[in-house]
Design a protein around this ligand. Sequence first.
Ligand code: C5P
Length: 231
Amino acid sequence: KSIAVIIVAAGKGERASLDGSIDPKQYRPVGGKPVLARTVQAFLDLPFVTSVTAVIHADHADRYAALGFSNERLLAPVIGGTSRQASVLEGLKALAPQRPDLVLIQDAARPFAPPQVIGDVVEALERFEGALPTLRVIDTIKRSLDGRQVAATEDREQLFAAQTPQGFRFGQIFSAHMRASTIRRQFTDDAEIAEWAGLRVAMVAGHVDSFKITRPEDFARAERIFGGDIA
Ligand code: C5P
């Protein structure tokens, strides 16, 4: 089976920026190596991965080139869109001529992608049309209509936090994404698009260290994970 990986890195990454301007989060180092370089390498390290494609922001081409990758399984970067959803679609379009059997879609901002988790996602695709890693929600979750008054308390037993990589059969997620791009609704992950398209999506066990670097303080946590590994 051919397995393509799309790493979406086309965000501005401003929420993680300390002063709102410099260095998008995916190019900042953790443990001495840029976040995106770590994410790309994690997938290139897996022998069952056929190809890796990074989707980047048009303004970041020089930064991407400076990562210095040279690997025949790393395909040319693709320019993303104005939303994560649009960026994934650009990655899928670029892969369409190759028609891989499976595609794994990964957030660049999650540099810690455990091989075990990635393997579990791929394995689940033997029985399901989509698969993603999840973690049980730890906090009690409140629903509110205005952010001030509680409207309801959710049943925590039924709630799971979604991580990446999210895996799919290529043809199915490509056509689902194409259809999703024609409606107004914005989807926040690819599994949601698969669910919307009626595909059956499995959950496998995620990993606490595979969190998404989002705010400035997340770098300190990532630094603790990679701190000993200056590559
Ligand atoms: O903004 P957020 O942290 O949810 O983004 C998740 C991932 O999607 C990040 O790796 C980001 O670079 C990527 N993204 C993208 N294109 C966008 C917005 C986000 O590839 N327009």
